[in-house]
Design a protein around this ligand. Structure first.
Ligand code: FA5
Length: 349
């Protein structure tokens, strides 16, 4: 067998190797074309041949080398293309599959109630004060208590103990201080003051099913000429019927707040009240405090009580939400449990 036959056999063997599935191209290259590869070995044994024979064998050797190299290159390209195709096939997107719906945020149930209250009072021509400058949660003792007719030694302060930052600066216990802040800025030559102030308040109450150390209030204040208790009652009836339904009634009971005189506690009927309902059958639930603003408070805010009168109220949206939706524990509103909050998702997403 001649060296040329050897070379042709090597060419066939290389091709056979390259045709194998999943062949390692680098291994084939080293085995056939490498320094110690099969072609080099054949060419090394040429030394005993004549010059013409050497030329002929050398030529075939080069041809075989080139043929193997070309096959290797082709195979390399084919392998790369196959790898790319496999990757593309694996990454195919099935556009007919249902998409993943992004979860949209939703207004908190307490915010929903406050927005409802706000909407009602905006309709009655009230201004809404809820910015941190005119309705700050960090208040002074003066605005939170003293201007509300609660001097430092007043026993009624016990009902609203709070978190103090300094002896004079505290977290507000009620939205009532916004009354004084609004009155200071109000220009009566432009008409009466009608405002509500929704916001967060804080008390050193121990958390339980009906108390939270941080909760919400919506303050209301109307100051003008000839404002009477009848205006207060009509206003409160309108907001209660907005929140609980047209057929619900309210009841005013005498109460005490240092900043109103007379003061009332307001109950709303749990069930609808019709002409046939007997008064003794109505179940009443206490929902807010209100009253005619004390002359001292008006005086401290620079308003002449001989000329102007006023009513004020402070309601708790947390308790409203509990009543409206039958929530038995106020703490549910503050746990941030999405399963609970989703029940009030009006968008249904
Ligand atoms: C006040 O805070 C008065 N400033 C209300 C007021 C304003 C009266 C203007 C007259 C004129 P009171 O402490 O009762 O009052 O609180 C008002 C409402 O806040 C309560 O009816 C209740 O709904 C809610 N509330 C009070 N304490 C808590 C608490 N710890 N957790 C949740 N809600 C509370």
């Amino acid at each position: 067998m001649t060296l040329i036959d050897d070379l042709n056999q090597i060419a066939q063997a290389a091709q056979a190797d390259l045709d194998q599935e999943g062949v390692d191209l680098e291994q084939v290259r080293v085995a056939y074309l490498g320094k110690k590869g099969k072609i080099t070995q054949v060419l090394k044994s040429m030394k005993d041949l004549s010059v013409d024979e050497k030329k002929a064998v050398g030529q075939v050797g080069n041809q075989v080398r080139e043929a193997i190299q070309t096959s290797l290159d082709e195979k390399k390209e084919a392998q790369a293309a196959a790898a790319l195709n496999a990757k593309l096939a694996a990454e195919t997107i099935d556009v007919t599959l249902p998409g993943t719906k992004p979860k949209l945020g939703n207004r908190h149930v307490l915010q929903q109630i406050m927005d409802e209250i706000e909407g009602h009072f905006l309709g009655l021509g009230y201004q809404v004060i809820d910015d941190p400058v005119d309705s700050p949660e960090v208040e002074t003792d003066e605005y939170n208590f003293e201007r509300e007719n609660l001097p430092k030694d007043h026993p009624a302060r016990d009902m609203q103990d709070t978190f103090y930052i300094t002896p004079e600066i505290l977290l507000r216990t009620q939205t009532s201080p916004v009354q004084s802040r609004a009155l200071e800025k109000h220009d009566f030559s432009k008409g009466p003051l009608k405002m509500i102030a929704p916001g967060k308040v804080y008390r050193r109450d121990t958390d339980d099913a009906t108390h939270s150390h941080q909760f919400h209030q919506v303050e209301g204040l109307v100051v003008g000429k000839n404002i009477t208790m009848a205006d207060l009652k009509g206003t409160l009836l309108s907001i209660m019927q907005e929140l609980f339904g047209e057929k619900h009634q309210i009841r005013l009971r005498p109460s005490y707040f240092p900043f109103t005189e007379p003061s009332v506690e307001v109950d709303v009927s749990w069930d609808e009240v019709t002409e046939d309902t007997k008064p003794e059958d109505i179940r009443w639930i206490e929902v807010l405090g209100a009253g005619m603003t004390h002359p001292n408070v008006l005086k401290m805010d620079g308003v002449d009580p001989e000329e102007y009168s006023a009513f004020a109220f402070g309601l708790g949206p947390d308790r409203f939400a509990m009543l409206k939706y039958g929530v038995e524990d106020i703490r549910q509103f503050y746990l941030n449990d999405v399963r609970f909050l989703d029940q009030f998702n009006k968008r249904g997403n």
